[in-house]
Ligand binder design. Structure first.
Ligand SMILES: *Cc1c(COP(=O)(O)O)cnc(C)c1O
Length: 398
């Protein structure tokens, strides 16, 4: 017996509901809740006629499987109205480089925020330069002033908000308006807020990138990236991904899809705990500044409040000037914060960083040593107690 027809909905479903149901059709796979994982290269055609005509829903593993289709559909559902499709990539950096390759080529010029994720800069200064694409870095706070940096061959503006490690907020709607008036596309690295807390398409972005390694995966056990595009940018994106032979392993696609189901609740917890820990750090005598756009004291707070619906668990602090030995003592004393790159998993992390050496359009002079925290899903009181012990060890090392 088949199910009775469903009553059509009049109100759109909320993101939390969409994440649970997106890309899933249990009746298409014997009623099991989750889609099966297809490990596949060759797809067999039933007849010679079908083979000659390439007549099949799926033609070859690299071109797409029911697993990649389920993940693409689920990711597209997470994005806002303006999303026309999603491409899957084997890492966040691959998503960035592929999106860039789809918008510029020899003889073109692009504008990239000075606060960009460092490997994006390395791509522009290396591969893109060698290809004949010129990059100009701009002040992340430039806003509509970006107009003066355009050249006749400027094809794209790359944005990232907040800035990588340094957390400057960008006025992306203002930048997008100028870029579109000049016929350029806008790319955004939206890994920090994710589409759940920043509707990139509504803000004027044409290509929205996520390092799925972070909050989509959510468990520090996969490498994955994706690019969502509007109708204008999607054809070139899909052609670039296909031509470069890029695809994601089936098990990582499955884990990304699995991560999506709990992403909204995980993010809500990262958000709340992150703000709680950031506020606690802000009142510590050892701390000069907290770089977290959801805090009222942050210079980017007004833009964050206007454009974002939440914050994730990643932020930085500037310590008052002190010896390396004292900072190392603080970090070494932490029992609940691992020291490692990447973030977005269930666990808390800390790294010591310095953006000063590679900035070119702006000067990074925070006034003291800088630490980046990822606040995980642990009890925030336990994390604060751990940080308190870290400051005690820091005082003892002075
Ligand atoms: C981690 C990260 C990336 C790169 O993602 P990988 O999956 O590690 O390649 C890109 N952008 C931002 C903002 C990141 O934090």
């Amino acid at each position: 017996m088949s199910k009775p027809p469903k009553t059509p909905r009049t109100t759109p479903l909320k993101p939390e509901t969409r994440l649970v149901n997106a890309g899933r059709d249990p009746q298409a796979y014997h009623g099991f809740v989750n889609p099966p994982v297809y490990h596949a290269s060759t797809v067999l055609y039933p007849t010679a006629e079908d083979q000659v005509a390439h007549r099949a829903k799926y033609q070859y593993g690299r071109r797409g499987t029911p697993t990649s289709e389920a993940l693409e559909n689920a990711l597209a559902e997470m994005e806002g109205e303006g999303c026309a499709g999603v491409a899957l990539l084997p890492s966040g950096l691959a998503a960035i480089s592929t999106a860039l390759l789809s918008v510029a080529g020899a003889g073109d010029h692009i504008l990239v925020t000075d606060s960009v994720y460092r490997p994006t800069r390395v791509f522009c200064d290396g591969v893109f330069k060698r290809m004949g694409v010129e990059t100009t870095y701009y002040d992340p706070l430039i806003g509509a002033g970006i107009g003066k940096l355009f050249k006749p061959n400027t094809r794209a503006v790359f944005t990232e908000a907040p800035g990588s490690q340094s957390f400057e907020m960008q006025d992306i709607p203002a930048i997008a308006k100028v870029a579109h008036d000049k016929g350029a596309l806008v790319l955004m690295d939206n890994t920090w807020a994710t589409p759940l807390y920043y509707d990139a398409f509504e803000k004027g972005v044409d290509l929205s990138i996520q390092a799925g390694t972070k909050y989509i995966g959510g468990h520090s056990d996969i490498m994955f990236g994706c690019v969502a595009a509007n109708a204008k940018a999607l054809p070139a994106l899909k052609t670039t991904v296909y031509t470069m032979g890029l695809c994601v392993g089936p098990d990582d696609m499955y884990l990304a899809l699995r991560g999506l189901r709990t992403m909204a609740v995980r993010l809500a917890r990262h958000n709340a705990s992150g703000v709680q820990v950031a506020r606690w750090l802000a009142q510590r005598p050892e701390v000069l500044r907290v770089l977290h756009p959801a805090l009222e004291s942050d210079p980017g707070h007004a833009i964050w409040k206007r454009d974002f619906t939440g914050a994730s668990g990643l932020f930085s602090i500037v310590l008052k000037p002190c010896a390396d030995k004292a900072v190392h003592a603080f970090m070494n004393a932490l029992a609940l914060f691992g020291m490692g790159f990447s973030w977005g998993g269930f666990e808390s992390l800390v790294i010591l960083f310095d953006c000063a050496e590679y900035r070119t359009a702006t000067t990074w002079a925070p006034g003291g040593p800088t630490l980046r925290f990822h606040i995980g899903l642990e009890d925030p009181g336990d994390l604060i107690a751990d940080l308190d012990a870290g400051f005690a060890a820091m005082a003892a090392a002075r």
